[in-house]
Design a protein around this ligand. Structure first.
Ligand code: ADP
Ligand code: MG
Length: 465
């Protein structure tokens, strides 16, 4: 053993895991690390095997199929002999007990104004959703900047000049409100002396108009005077509303000048806002502008997994993957679909399976299903087998061309609603019997050759995406 290797042996195994975690954070990125690696526990290592534990079967399977190699490599940096992971499923306490937040009905959520850390004026009493905390927010590539910025504001005890205002923008249902309310909850818990106010831009407008009517603008203005952090959700609502805009601008300026933190959310970037004065637009983009992108497949998996764990319901990995694959529009729809499946399974007293999921979500899936065309199929098949499109239209019988052509015909028959004759036509004017023959042949191959079957499944998935 070299002197260096000796030097690198560890006092305890825990040091080893800490070091590996540091490496993993770099290799996998902060988001994946938080979503997955922090969920597993290190147990011990023996010979070439590292023993870990995960709270659910799903987390174990996901980590093994996506990150095993990377984890092993990180271990090898410190213990070169390690070659394999063994992850046991050990439900944690937190996992067994239902999350208390989920048992609370909306009437129990309390108003932020009820606590001394918030604005006392009850006209602004605003209900915060108990579920919207940093802990329940799943981080991925698409939202990691927004998450990091929100977290740093929540954890800081003064305004952050570089991100004042923090402007979060992105499409509907991607977690903007969740992040803003997470800031409010975090501060409520950890910095009770700081006053934080969460308000929607619509409500801001409503209160302002009421104040105008009552000729009591002073009280309205004063309500914002003592705030340390102001969170304004859905600011696009004040576009086109001149007086409200003006008042909002003054509120913003006064607070920023007094070193108070502002966080704004919007469905588009400052530069894409219309019907708003230039100077306001430019003021909004003055701090940090963070885009919440649409979700990736992996983030959707993480979100579904975390919701299932919160509800303490064991959902088969295949169902989670199916949902993440099919429902890519936004997180709200994804959650809605999961809840629907859970509720339906409970109602009919059946296990959650792919069939039950498909059955429950029939209508939703129909409307989100991509319409596949024969041209899409031909394009993907020719790319996959490195052919020219013309090869698929030709009558060449050489196997390297004939087989992909038959696969494309088979997929056209199963993924589109075109008639056999129409399909034949699109392949250089072939007869419908050629299409039948091709489909039969491919089906036989799928039934007898597993590798081939997998290949076709992958192709089909790519086409449907
Ligand atoms: P937006 O305000 O951007 O329209 P919301 O914050 O209301 O979206 O999010 C819609 C739903 O999706 C909420 O129930 C929220 O908890 C959930 N959600 C969105 N993003 C995430 C995430 N990254 N992790 C966990 N839940 C999320
Ligand atoms: Mg919102």
């Amino acid at each position: 053993m070299s002197a260096l290797a000796e030097y690198e042996t560890f006092d305890s195994d825990l040091d080893l895991w800490d070091k590996v975690c540091l490496n993993l954070k770099q290799v996998l990125g902060e988001g994946i690390f938080k979503s997955w690696i922090t969920k597993i526990n290190y147990e011990r290592h023996e010979n070439q095997i590292v023993y870990l534990s995960a709270p659910t079967r799903f987390i174990r399977d996901w980590i093994l199929s996506n990150y095993e190699r990377k984890i092993v490599i990180c271990f090898q940096k410190h213990k070169p002999e390690i070659g394999k992971l063994d992850i046991a499923v050990k439900p944690t306490k937190q996992n067994i007990q239902p999350n208390p937040n989920l048992l609370i009905n909306p009437a129990d959520s309390f108003k932020i104004s009820e606590n001394t850390n918030t604005l006392e004026d009850n006209i602004f009493g605003y209900i915060l959703d108990k579920r919207f905390t940093f802990e329940s927010f799943v981080v991925g590539k698409s939202n990691e900047l927004a998450y990091a910025a929100a977290k740093s504001i929540a954890e800081s005890d003064s305004a952050q000049p570089g991100s004042n205002p923090l402007f979060l923008y992105g499409g509907v249902g991607l977690g903007k409100t969740h992040l803003m309310q997470s800031i409010a909850w975090h501060m409520k818990k950890n910095s009770p002396s700081r006053k934080v106010l969460y308000i929607s831009a619509e409500r801001f407008m409503y209160q302002f108009i009421n104040a105008l009517r009552a000729k009591d603008i002073m009280t309205f203005k004063q309500s914002f005077r003592n705030i340390d952090v102001l969170l304004v959700d859905d600011v696009q609502f004040i576009c086109g509303k001149e007086n409200t805009q003006e008042e909002f601008f003054h509120t913003l300026n006064t607070l920023i000048d007094n070193k108070k933190q502002i966080v704004i959310s919007c469905d588009r970037s400052p530069s894409d806002l219309t019907d708003i004065e230039e100077r306001i637009k430019s003021r909004l983009g003055w701090g940090l502008v963070a885009d919440v992108h649409s979700t990736t497949y992996e983030l959707r998996i993480g979100i579904l997994q975390s919701k299932a764990a919160e509800l303490n319901i064991d959902i088969p990995a295949a169902v989670i993957e199916f949902l993440a694959h099919k429902i890519s529009s936004n997180v709200r729809e994804l959650e809605g679909a999961l809840n629907k499946v859970i509720a339906y399974a409970k109602l009919v007293g059946k296990k959650i399976t792919i069939e039950l999921t498909k059955d429950t979500l029939k209508d939703l899936l129909r409307s989100t299903q991509k319409i596949v065309t024969i041209e899409d199929i031909q394009k993907k098949v020719s790319e996959r087998y490195n052919l020219k499109l013309a090869d698929l239209y030709s009558s060449r019988r050489i196997k390297s061309i004939a087989l992909p052509r038959q696969i494309a015909m088979y997929l056209s028959k199963s993924l589109t609603s075109k008639s056999l004759a129409d399909i034949g036509k699109k392949f250089g004017g072939k007869d419908h019997t050629t299409v039948i023959h091709a489909s039969k042949k491919i089906q036989e191959l799928i039934d007898t050759d597993q590798d081939f079957a997998e290949d076709v499944t992958i192709l089909r998935k790519q086409i449907e995406q």
